[in-house]
Design a protein around this ligand. Structure first.
Ligand code: YZS
Length: 259
């Protein structure tokens, strides 16, 4: 039985985490199903993806399946851990991914939400980082991820206190892009997704990867610099680039072909 529901409508793909009994715990089965859904949507017509929980969820996701954490002596979050795999897949996806968040987000599910490109939450929701609660050291890529998004002091408070960070505070801190009343959350999310879906997929794909590469805050290696230049050339050499300019000048909607 699949743990996710997948939809595609108007070039917007949706992945619904759908395991109410276990509060959308990120078990290896849930992650496998999410990876399949992501792959299917990336290969299809989707131009933007929304990741959400089932309707009315009080818990968006309860994080890594604690039952699957390895017994002592082994790294609880190794590179090939299912949770780490889905985080990298979302970050590396050529499509913009929107996290539509209602309810509580726990542990590794916070990293999952933060791996999305845009986060939209609603009052009453929260983000709680729990490694210190179950004596998990977390991991370098995850910690760097939190520092990069929320700054060192908020990251320390989240990790050290393991206390919920309210959606209201997360929006003030710029962690959430938008805070929307829960009864408007779906409409707001899909309206924004629709606007993104109308723009140049090639340009968005290339800008997303450039942001990811440059946000790494490491000195640019020659390889990274040349990769960034090559990505940019992909777009300004494309017919979409000419189409975008011609459509604007002709005052008509662009027809982007992704090439
Ligand atoms: O008792 P049953 O069998 O019905 O199962 C319960 C919970 O045990 C289960 N469950 C989980 N099972 C495995 N791993 C989880 N993360 C997990 N969360 C929940 O789901 C059934 C319903 O849970 P209840 O506790 O009865 O529900 P409720 O009283 O509404 O409380 C909901 C919360 C989410 C507050 C509560 O379930 C909870 O605190 N769950 C643990 C949340 C957590 O700490 N997640 C982070 C796990 N760790 C990680 O993601 C990383 C390794 S790290 O720690 O590094 O961030």
């Amino acid at each position: 039985m699949t743990m996710v529901l997948t939809h595609l409508c108007d070039d917007i793909g949706t992945i619904i985490m759908n395991n109410p009994e276990r509060l959308n715990v990120l078990s290896s089965k849930m992650v496998d199903d999410m990876l399949q859904a992501l792959d299917q949507l990336e290969k299809g017509r989707a131009r933007v993806i929304v990741i959400r929980a089932y309707e009315g969820a009080k818990v968006w996701s309860s994080g890594h399946d604690i039952n699957e954490l390895p017994v002592s002596g082994r790294d609880p979050l190794p590179y090939d851990d299912p949770l780490e795999t889905i985080l990298r897949s979302i970050q590396a996806s050529p499509l913009p991914v929107i996290a539509m968040i209602e309810g509580g987000v726990w542990g590794g599910a916070c990293d999952l939400a933060l791996s999305c490109d845009i986060l939209i939450g609603s009052p009453g929701g929260s983000l709680t980082m729990t490694p210190a609660k179950i004596s998990v050291p977390y991991n370098a890529s995850g910690i760097l991820h939190f520092i990069g998004i929320m700054g060192i002091n908020i990251a320390k408070e989240m990790f050290f206190s393991a206390e919920p960070l309210s959606a209201e505070r997360a929006e003030k801190l710029g962690i959430l892009n938008h805070l929307v009343p829960v009864d408007e959350l779906e409409h707001f999310t899909y309206e924004l997704a629709g606007k993104i879906a109308k723009n140049s997929p090639l340009s968005i794909k290339v800008i997303k990867e450039q942001i990811c590469l440059l946000a790494g805050a490491h000195p640019l290696s020659p390889h990274t610099f040349e990769r960034v230049q090559g990505l940019r050339r992909l777009v300004y050499d494309s017919s979409d680039y000419a189409e975008g300019i011609n459509a604007f000048l002709a005052k008509r909607a662009p027809l982007f072909l992704g090439e």
